[in-house]
Design a protein around this ligand. Structure first.
Ligand SMILES: Nc1ncnc2c1ncn2[C@@H]1O[C@H](COP(=O)(O)OP(=O)(O)OP(=O)(O)O)[C@@H](O)[C@H]1O
Ligand SMILES: [Mg+2]
Length: 280
């Protein structure tokens, strides 16, 4: 057995977390006892059980879990769009009490404004924050080039394919240079080939920009391919079933999916879902 294989052949326990996260470090995202119960007219809907974990600065952190277990809720709590029912969230040591500026969010569908061209859609956060337009225009164009959309700046969203629109929405999340990217199943609507290309592109962007990324996905192979660590959630109300290190070196190409370390880890994570139905 190779050392790399050994390092994933372990039980998903607190030991993993001690090894791999810098829990004492104030940078990154820290959740302490964070739970969420939605109060509705029909009664309470417990969505998340109290969660404790830490996402390191610059880490690529991926969450998988069954439908309805509270993944989108978790993302909304971290972004400050929703308040937790209990516990606290610290981003770089500061308590989250409202939406904060250091975050870029990519939702499941691209959500581009149909009347704005692609460049102006990417510039939306700059306009909303009333930042100096001129200063960010070059950056917006450079990001579009980075994701292969050079020449499409003046097109309207409907003139682009779904995958191209999703790439534009990633540029929009990056344009104000946030330290943190929160991505909720960003590639769920894409065909398999485009999705693989997007995975490679996203990994490159993260390496080049050194962002902290929290990405939610239903695809276990996608999770293992992208992540430094994968958090597996239980069914609703969501709790942490396990956190796995992904000991595959970077940069990674799609060939890594044939690596025994990759396939073993995918299998191990998939086992969590045997009792809960298929995940991907
Ligand atoms: N605004 C809301 N009011 C009441 N209940 C809600 C609200 N939003 C979500 N829920 C409930 O909370 C639970 C978790 O929802 P959430 O959207 O976070 O799940 P998810 O893990 O993102 O699911 P999926 O994988 O299908 O996107 C679900 O049972 C859902 O019905
Ligand atoms: Mg969701």
């Amino acid at each position: 057995m190779t050392p790399a294989t050994k390092s994933i052949d372990m039980q998903p326990t607190a030991h993993l977390r001690l090894v791999s996260d810098r829990a004492g470090d104030a940078s990154g995202i820290k959740l302490s006892g964070v739970s969420k119960t939605y109060r509705t007219r029909d009664g309470d809907v417990p969505s998340l059980r109290p969660l404790d974990f830490h996402i390191n600065d610059g880490e690529f952190f991926v969450v998988v879990g069954p439908s309805g277990c509270g993944k989108s809720t978790l993302l909304k709590l971290i972004s400050g769009l929703l308040p937790p029912t209990s516990g606290e969230i610290l981003v770089d040591g500061e308590k989250v009490t409202a939406p904060h500026g250091n975050v870029g969010i990519v939702f499941q569908n691209a959500l581009l404004l149909p009347w704005r061209n692609i460049l102006n859609n990417v510039m939306l956060p700059i306009d909303m924050k009333r930042l100096a337009r001129q200063k960010y225009l070059d950056r917006a164009k450079a990001l579009l080039k980075l994701v292969g959309l050079e020449g499409f700046e003046r097109k309207l969203p409907w003139q682009l394919s779904g995958g191209m629109q999703q790439r534009a929405s990633i540029c929009r999340a990056l344009v104000h240079d946030p330290g943190i990217m929160l991505m909720d199943e960003p590639f769920g609507a894409l065909d398999a080939l485009t999705r693989e290309r997007m995975n490679v592109e996203l990994m490159r962007i993260q390496r080049e920009t050194k962002k902290t990324v929290l990405l939610i996905t239903h695809s276990i192979p996608e999770a293992v391919f992208l992540a430094d660590r994968v958090l597996v959630m239980t069914e609703r109300p969501g709790a942490i079933a396990a956190i796995y290190d992904v000991p595959l070196p970077r940069p990674r190409s799609l060939d890594v999916m044939a690596d025994p370390v990759f396939t073993e880890l995918v299998q191990r994570i998939r086992k969590h879902f045997f009792s809960q139905g298929a995940l991907d």
